[in-house]
Design a protein around this ligand. Structure first.
Ligand code: NAI
Length: 343
């Protein structure tokens, strides 16, 4: 069986080629995203591997079925880009990587926060221009601040513990209490209203589901502390971008660091440096001195890429050898209802 990898970049190819030395699978890479315009490229392949900004809608899945596809292997844990009801109807098996390196994302979230709180990104550019002045670089300390962590699964629980080790008071909110955080002196679980009212800094670590879509909206922002700092490494649409923009303009929000953005599909992962940016909200966000945006790179570590490659290739190999994939990696239309998260 042959596998076609969509939406690949050099870093994907390097990681998969290295890991495939142990699996010996027949794999090919293309740069095109997988969607209803490109699904037919999978003709002559039995497996496709896709990433987070591909669009596996009903038309795309029908085309994949029609070209004889057997397995869709997502090289992500997240699956909000796949119409799982349609995949079930087409009889297409969908596998994912449920967990790779939560530390990669947690450490990046902290990195964004530190850069924002101490203006390190501004200082870096100044010094390169031989501007060694300190005016305008006054930051704030994290020690003794209250940090709200929304979502205390694999990533959020690490963020909570790192922030507690900085001497912060950590408030957490999740549908389910994480036993790993129980009894920690500086970490306390609370409800969302209290977390928003009390926190100087709020970091989002939730999956994107119908319930969490625009969790941070104008109303929620109005109930936050003045000058609140918002960090989002979860999914862009957890935040209503227009409300975020308004909060920044009125200075209700004191800063934002975003590794994910609501409309990132059209922008992130591409070099648009010679193009005209069409997204006016993103363009405006980029003008704020207290906004730091990265292009969905929190997962991008050597360790995470290796783990993603090994798990994905292992799923494909097991499918080829036995016709099945380990059940914890399979997702279907029941997965959301069962509370499986999107990563
Ligand atoms: P996880 O599944 O371990 O944790 C998610 C937590 O969210 C769970 O504890 C769950 O109970 C909670 N949750 C789900 N729905 C909720 C709701 N409606 N209200 C309150 N809590 C709810 O997931 P993990 O691995 O910690 O990932 C968290 C986030 O990180 C996801 O949004 C994912 O998309 C994002 N992510 C971002 C990456 C990046 O490169 N920027 C890479 C990997 C993950």
């Amino acid at each position: 069986m042959k596998t076609l990898f969509f939406d690949t970049h050099q870093f994907d190819q390097d990681a998969f080629i290295a890991a495939n030395k142990s699996f010996g699978l027949d794999i090919e890479f293309i740069a095109s995203r997988l969607d209803d315009q490109t699904a037919r490229l999978a003709e002559n392949f039995e497996v496709v591997c896709s990433f987070v900004n591909d669009q596996l809608n009903d038309d795309c899945l029908r085309d994949l079925k029609n070209v004889g596809l057997k397995l869709i292997a997502l090289r992500s844990a997240g699956f909000n880009h796949v119409d799982l009801i349609s995949a079930d109807k087409q009889g297409l098996m969908v596998a994912r990587v449920p967990s790779y390196s939560p530390h990669a994302v947690a450490e990046f979230a902290i990195g964004l926060l530190l850069s924002l709180s101490r203006k390190i990104h501004h200082a870096y550019y100044r010094v390169r221009d031989l501007n060694f002045s300190l005016d305008g670089l006054v930051g704030f300390e994290l020690n003794k601040k209250t940090v709200g962590v929304i979502g205390t699964g694999k990533i959020g629980s690490i963020v909570a513990q790192i922030m507690a080790s900085f001497g912060c008071q950590v408030l957490t909110y999740d549908l389910h209490k994480n036993p790993d955080l129980e009894g920690h002196k500086n970490i306390h679980s609370t409800d969302l209203i209290n977390l928003c009212a009390q926190s100087d800094i709020i970091s989002l670590h939730l999956p994107l589901t119908p319930e969490t879509h625009h969790l941070i909206d104008q109303d929620r922002i109005s109930k936050m502390k003045d000058g609140v700092i918002i960090i989002n490494t979860g999914r862009g649409a957890l935040i209503n971008s227009a409300a975020l923009l308004e909060g920044l303009k009125t200075e209700k929000i004191g800063g934002a660091a975003l590794d994910v953005y609501e409309e990132e599909e059209d922008v992130f992962f591409e070099d648009l440096s010679n193009k005209i940016l069409q997204d006016d909200i993103l363009a405006r966000l980029l003008t704020f001195p207290n906004v730091l945006i990265t292009s969905h790179q929190a997962f991008l570590t050597r360790e995470a890429l290796q783990a993603i490659a090994v798990t994905t290739l292992d799923s494909i190999k097991q499918f080829i050898d036995t016709g099945i994939v380990p059940p914890e990696r399979i997702i279907n239309s029941q997965s959301c209802a069962q509370g499986v998260s999107h990563v």
